[in-house]
Design a binder for this molecule. Structure first.
Ligand SMILES: Nc1ncnc2c1ncn2[C@@H]1O[C@H](COP(=O)(O)OP(=O)(O)O)[C@@H](O)[C@H]1O
Ligand SMILES: [Mg+2]
Length: 421
């Protein structure tokens, strides 16, 4: 061995030693990483300082293993990577097939002149040297760590020990990515569980409220029928100029209002009378246009998007009209004195028809949304809080579903789905 060979060996050994230290440091940094963003920052800092490459990126393998999707990227090309190539297909690109079938890293000296890489991507990115290191977890491919140079930087090949370094980095990165994925899955499951729980709770609450309201309304209705009957009898026996007749008229009027209220509650409880048959909802809405427009204040425009296809449903048309009028009235009240638009549209999906009532009114916050279907819940000074309660009862009695989407200050959208049998 001559002295130059010896010097080269020594410098390479020293370099390896230094890289080993950096690797330990990198490993320590990764321990406290809590997000993909922090992960990439750690990678980028290390790659820049230790290897001198300005750009780095991490792609993960999609579940079907047919493409890569960008987890994140750093450096001058980061924005372009993330916006132009959020996913890259694997099948047509030789380099990626090679990467997935081989074991080690893959170095493309100059992407501008290498057929293994997609020309479109190479040109768009101005890519030059590309180093892709497979990331594996428990011997499964999960993604790749990439570093490289772009247009003005020219080509820059890594030394052997630098490639080793990247491979070691990729191992640690894979472990962290795996850990992050698991805690992400956990969080999502926890969120879904809570969402489900709250929806069950909501359904249960409405169910028991419905039962109670139904029971009370039924009894009240009977009692008021008796009052009305007695009043009628009294009217008959009194002479036509009897001073108590006025009182009886007022009594009858109020009792009738009470009956109406009780009927609304019965409907809410899903116990209202039904007269179901098959009819075309599209046609019904078309015919209701005039009536609907007439009830709306002048500043409120009504837009109909009903399509051309008939939308037959099995339902009680009287109750369906009531649902629509209630939703429309609420929408108009949400718009109030100002100008606004209500959009009424029909969406036919296989097996169901969805009526969507959307307004540009005041909207509501999440807390309000939780309670709008409760009987007697209202935020309006003159409201009775029975509109949506009976809408809910009717829809439920029809085996349908109702959903609301709204944000305070930006309108509300009610979607009512009726099943077609
Ligand atoms: N389109 C809507 N935009 C904003 N808030 C709404 C809308 N529809 C209903 N709400 C809210 O739901 C509450 C209950 O509505 P409802 O049951 O019809 O009773 P009421 O109209 O008598 O208040 C309303 O007071 C209002 O706070
Ligand atoms: Mg209302």
């Amino acid at each position: 061995m001559n002295s130059t060979d010896y010097d080269a060996l020594l410098s390479s050994l020293q370099h390896r030693e230094a890289l080993q230290q950096e690797l330990l440091r990198f490993g320590r940094t990764l321990q406290s990483v809590e997000s993909y963003g922090e992960l990439l920052l750690a990678i980028q800092t290390c790659v820049r300082q230790v290897l001198g490459y300005k750009s780095s990126w991490v792609y993960l393998l999609s579940e079907d293993r047919q493409s890569w999707y960008a987890l994140s990227a750093a450096g001058d090309v980061a924005a372009k990577v993330l916006s132009d190539f959020p996913t890259i297909p694997i099948t047509n690109i030789a380099a990626y097939n090679e990467l997935l079938s081989g074991n080690g890293p893959m170095v493309i000296e100059d992407a501008q002149y290498d057929d293994r890489i997609d020309k479109r991507i190479a040109v768009a990115m101005g890519a030059r040297t590309l180093i892709s290191v497979p990331m594996r977890l428990l011997s499964e491919h999960i993604g790749m760590l990439g570093v490289g140079t772009f247009k003005p930087e020219g080509i820059r090949l890594p030394r052997d020990e630098e490639l080793d370094f990247l491979e070691n980095m990729a191992r640690s990165v894979a472990a962290v990515a795996g850990r992050l994925k698991i805690s992400e899955d956990h969080r999502r499951m926890e969120w879904e569980r809570r969402d489900l729980e709250s929806r069950f709770f909501q359904a249960q609450k409405l169910e028991s409220l419905g039962m109670m309201a139904g029971g009370v309304a039924h009894d009240l209705n009977n009692l008021f029928q008796v009052i009305l009957g007695e009043a009628e009898m009294a009217e008959m026996v009194l002479s036509s100029d009897h001073p108590a007749l006025d009182n009886l008229t007022r009594l009858t009027k109020v009792a009738n209002q009470a009956v109406e209220l009780a009927e609304q509650m019965l409907i809410y409880a899903g116990r209202g009378p039904h007269a179901r048959h098959r009819f075309d909802l599209r046609e019904t809405l078309e015919k209701m246009q005039r009536l609907m427009r007439a009830t709306l204040p002048r500043g409120v425009a009504l837009e109909l998007q009903l399509g051309d296809a008939p939308q037959p449903i099995d339902a009680d048309p009287v109750q369906i009209r009531q649902v629509l009028m209630n939703l429309l009235t609420n929408a108009a009240e949400a718009i109030g004195e100002s100008k606004g638009t209500i959009t009424l549209s029909l969406e036919g999906a296989p097996g169901e028809v969805v009526v969507v009532v959307s307004d540009t009114g005041c909207g509501m916050d999440a807390k309000t949304q939780e309670r709008i279907f409760d009987p007697f819940f209202t935020t309006r000074p003159t409201g009775r809080g029975l509109g949506l309660a009976s809408v809910h009862g009717i829809v439920r009695a029809h085996g349908g579903e109702i959903q609301v989407e709204s944000e305070l200050g930006s309108g509300a959208t009610f979607r009512v789905a009726f099943m077609q049998r």
